[in-house]
Design a protein around this ligand. Structure first.
Ligand code: CP
Ligand code: NVA
Length: 337
């Protein structure tokens, strides 16, 4: 089936249909295979993309830059203090300026409203590299990774996400799974569940796709039978340091450790969008570990992170292939086959 995403924005998962998301994931798999066989794919030769980052990034920034190089495009990285956006110039004006120079705009930042505003005023595709609400480029990578590691007899993906479920990852995993017809389990204290609005969106999409949606506070209900066990940091970028204490208290029962993994099938895989606090080699990891006596790791224990069940680096690599497919599909001159 041919899918035409030329000129389209990707601001949230719900902007796309299951067929369009599947086509992007399949294109990413094909571009990944091209890299293995040394087949060039300079689909965006001579094109340009502006990468606006209000927040830090390793994977997303590098994936956009490397994808640009492989596709023959040129990227301009704009760091959190390196442009006027938000300080002296509105998103609407920035969008109109950048549209005169670039063929695409990526935005990572705080407010979904900012990227929605950029998209409204830009004449070129706008791609979401993470906001407080959604992380759609991560979802494409996560689904490609699950496709690669799924049990051969599985008819759909089954995954459980434990931790802060009203952050970007919780929202995106819920809604993406609902669109794609997955068996999605969200496991967190009710205070940290996605908002009613996000849950309603997921329920509406699940009705069409046949997805199975479970929201529960109980890991013993959520984890058994899930082929993929996922978590994310307990305090996201932009949140105040002061929330660590309450988050640790609320989320300690949801930490992914060996006992929790043992509730899942023995072939279940561990996934995390990264970065992860699993040891004390980072400033925050060390401080949190000492302050809260979390000697084995924070949201995931070091042994699980380093275990053979962990596929986090396959997942990280797939950011490159899926971001490349988003760029090729929206900024390219041909529809996706
Ligand atoms: N997973 C993810 O988005 O990583 P970065 O913050 O490093 O881009
Ligand atoms: N929830 C995390 C995701 C990082 C990729 C954050 O927003 O900081």
């Amino acid at each position: 089936m041919t899918v035409d995403l030329r000129g389209r924005d990707i601001l949230r998962e719900a902007d796309l249909s299951a067929a369009e998301l599947t086509a992007l994931i399949q294109l990413a798999a094909s571009l990944k295979n091209d890299r293995r066989t040394g087949t060039p794919h300079r689909i965006l030769e001579g094109k340009t993309i502006a990468l606006i980052f209000e927040k830090a990034s390793t994977r997303t920034r590098c994936a956009f830059e490397v994808a640009s190089a492989h596709l023959g495009a040129t990227a301009t990285y704009i760091d959190p203090s390196g442009s006027h956006i938000g300080h002296k110039e509105s998103a609407a004006d920035t969008a109109r300026v950048l549209s005169r120079m670039y063929d695409g705009i990526e935005f990572r930042g705080h407010s979904q409203q900012t990227i929605d505003q950029l998209a409204k005023f830009a004449d070129v595709p706008v791609l979401n590299g993470l906001t407080d609400e959604w992380h759609p480029s991560q979802m494409l990578a996560d689904f490609l990774t699950m496709d690669e590691h799924r049990p051969p007899d599985a008819t759909r993906h089954s995954y459980v996400y434990l931790g802060d479920a009203r952050n970007n990852m919780g929202n995106s995993l819920l809604v993406m799974g609902a669109i794609m017809g997955s068996d999605v389990r969200i496991c967190a204290p009710q205070d940290l569940w996605p908002t009613e609005q996000v849950r309603a969106l997921a329920a509406e999409r699940a009705e069409h796709s046949g997805a199975r949606i479970t929201l529960t506070e109980n890991p013993q209900e959520a984890v058994p039978g899930a082929m993929f066990v996922m978590t994310d940091v307990w305090v996201s970028m932009g949140e105040p340091e002061a929330v660590w204490a309450s988050r640790v208290e609320q989320l300690l029962p949801y930490r992914v450790d060996a006992d929790l993994m043992a509730m899942a099938p023995s072939s279940a895989k561990f996934m995390h969008c990264l970065p992860a606090y699993h040891d004390s080699t980072t400033a925050v990891g060390k401080r949190v570990r000492e302050q809260f006596q979390l000697h084995d790791g924070v949201e995931v224990t070091h042994d699980v992170f380093e275990s053979t069940s962990s596929i986090v680096f396959d997942q990280a690599e797939n950011r490159l292939h899926t971001i490349k497919s988003m760029m090729a599909a929206t900024m390219g001159d041909q529809p996706i086959d």
